[in-house]
Design a binder for this molecule. Structure first.
Ligand SMILES: [Zn+2]
Length: 154
């Protein structure tokens, strides 16, 4: 590592210890050229997940936002907060395990729908109408009929 004082490359680590919260390693270094000491920190790289919106713009994945979306769909429905949190956890596990750090919002929306479908039809339709904005009313109707048929079979 380059010395910040004289720019020489031959610096040595003279001390190395974890930071107070254990999230990084603090290293004391000394320059062999000017003998000055300086500190560096080594951190685990945490890559944020970025969502791709429909207009192709990107923004950081926002747990609170997704939480709200699910919550709004489940208002006055027999879906407990715990069930909603489970949905969120399942989806985040999938998102953060992916190789790619970019994920289209549509894909996240579909994951939520997949979970809501089995939980509550009304919450499902509410969420779908926001996230999937059905291009045509026919598609929307088909979706509702599909759900009604499914519920009849139960
Ligand atoms: Zn130096």
């Amino acid at each position: 590592m380059k010395c910040p004082f004289c720019g020489k490359e031959n610096t040595r680590v003279i001390d190395s210890r974890p930071s107070d919260d254990d999230s990084s390693i603090r290293r004391r270094r000394q320059c062999d050229g000017c003998m000055k000491r300086f500190t560096t920190y080594e951190n685990v790289e945490v890559l944020p997940v970025v969502v791709i919106k429909k207009d192709q713009t990107r923004e950081p994945y926002d747990r609170v936002k997704l939480r709200e979306g699910i919550f709004r769909s489940c208002i006055k429905r027999p879906v407990s907060m715990e069930q909603q949190d489970n949905i969120l956890d399942k989806i985040e596990n999938t998102i953060f395990e992916r190789e790619s750090k970019e994920i289209p919002t549509v894909e996240i929306g579909e994951m939520v729908l997949e979970q809501l479908r089995d939980l509550d039809a009304v919450a499902y339709i509410r969420f779908a109408s926001v996230y999937r904005d059905f291009a045509d009313m026919e598609g929307f109707k088909r979706e509702i009929e599909h759900l009604q048929n499914k519920n009849k079979k139960k």
